[in-house]
Design a protein around this ligand. Structure first.
Ligand SMILES: Cc1ncc(COP(=O)(O)O)c(C=O)c1O
Length: 411
């Protein structure tokens, strides 16, 4: 795609700074693969290219932003940094901080994906767990920064996290070997990824449609985008832990309003079907947040028919057992095997799952504590990022390494 950047006015981001950022980011995170994945196309009904952000030491795109942050901190002589994380930012910050001798503290929900917490520890960061969800972790990280006088890294608010992610956008528009695309699907959480990539696309390729995707079970930012004001929610209920925020940041929403053409919500069953398709047809193990783009296509094939869509595969940090159970419940092919998603069958699909992806017990057997059918139809039980009682039961028994961890009581 030919490059013709103009100056994108209005967002907090700056395209020249994003170009310069590439020099500060470890090359291991840059110039990731962008390729057409023909094997996905019969099941999706459109041309599909993948931007692959998982083949790096932290298995997500977050390293692009933390490299920028930590580079600046090291230049300023800072010794310490703290962040709240659902798991991927924390890993990335731990990785970048370790390389520059920084003390990194990560605050996370004790219900976060254990594999992510393990990796944060393994990378040498101090991990503090809160007895609540990601929003409580954000509050706790801010308190630590305040009382210890150390730098707080706030994902999506700190411009480096957005401009680091925005380098993905540059790689999309700078490449001229790839056939032209007309739509980019972006997982939407706090908004660093969407505002970053969206800013570059609107600046350099404004005809490309930027579509953000969130789970129905964590819709705060999408509702905010649609209503053009911050909308918060009381809880989240999704397996896509990387995007499960409840309190959008006003400045990030302002940017998103300038760069996103649409924001859509998808069902849990579609996310799981997307994960399964990426495994079956692209050979990719992805975490739920990274399947949101495929889920959006599955739910609205007519919208994407005939288009060339890029989806950013943005993370692959999964608990292997839960992943196996999730993809084991999805149809082996596309939606042609899934009557409910095809819209002509009232039966919930897939069946409700336990928090760790365990399918429901056979009729007549005793219901284990970890399995609770959701009151909301068609939705697997919460993945644990919501501090509900059932997730606590399952996680305490199944993840002993969480026991004995320092946990801050909920307020
Ligand atoms: C795998 C993955 N996808 C998507 C997102 C959402 O990104 P953002 O919070 O920048 O919107 C995250 C956030 O951590 C993530 O880890």
């Amino acid at each position: 795609m030919a490059l013709r950047c103009c100056v994108m006015h209005g967002t907090r981001l700056d395209t020249a700074r994003i170009r310069a950022a590439r020099r500060a980011i470890d090359p291991v995170f840059l110039d990731t693969s962008l390729y057409r994945c023909e094997a996905l196309e019969p099941g999706l009904g459109c041309t599909v290219s993948i931007k692959l952000e998982t083949a790096n030491p932290v298995r997500s795109f977050k390293g692009r932003g933390t490299e920028l942050v930590v580079g600046l901190l090291a230049d300023n002589g800072s010794q310490s940094v703290v962040c709240a994380s659902a798991g991927n930012l924390g890993q990335a910050l731990a990785w970048s901080g370790r390389a520059r001798g920084l003390d990194v503290t990560v605050v996370a929900s004790r219900f976060a994906t254990p594999a992510k917490l393990d990796r944060i520890r393994a990378l040498g960061a101090k991990l503090e767990l809160v007895d609540g969800d990601h929003e409580l972790a954000r509050e706790r990280a801010a308190a630590i920064a305040h009382y210890d006088g150390i730098r707080l890294l706030e994902d999506s608010l700190d411009i480096e996290t957005c401009e680091g992610a925005a380098t993905i956008g540059l790689e999309l528009v700078d490449v001229d070997t790839v056939p032209s695309f007309d739509t980019v699907l972006i997982a939407l959480g706090g908004g660093a990824l969407a505002t970053g990539v969206g800013h570059v696309l609107k600046d350099c390729a404004p005809e490309v449609e930027v579509i953000c995707v969130q789970p129905l079970g964590a819709p705060a930012m999408t509702h905010s985008w649609r209503q053009r004001r911050v909308v918060t929610t009381d809880s989240t209920d999704t397996i896509a832990d990387g995007v499960a925020g409840r309190r959008p940041i006003p400045a990030v929403l302002d940017d998103l309003l300038l760069v996103a053409d649409d924001a859509v919500l998808v069902q849990e069953a579609s996310i799981i079907a997307g994960m399964r398709m990426l495994l079956d047809h692209a050979g990719l193990v992805v975490e739920p947040s990274a399947a949101l783009g495929i889920a959006a296509i599955l739910e609205d094939r007519d919208r994407f028919a005939g288009r060339h869509v890029v989806t950013i595969v943005c993370g692959s940090n999964v608990d292997v057992d839960a992943y196996r159970r999730w993809v084991g419940t999805a149809p082996a092919r596309g939606l042609e095997d899934c009557p409910r998603l095809r819209g002509d069958h009232p039966v919930p699909y897939p069946k409700a799952l336990a928090v760790d992806g365990t399918p429901p017990p056979a009729r007549g057997t005793r219901t284990p504590a970890s399995y609770t059918r959701q009151s909301r139809r068609n939705t697997p039980a919460c993945a644990g990022n919501t501090p509900c009682r059932r997730s606590r039961v399952a996680r305490e028994t199944e993840h002993p390494r969480l026991r004995g961890e320092h946990v801050c009581p909920s307020r």
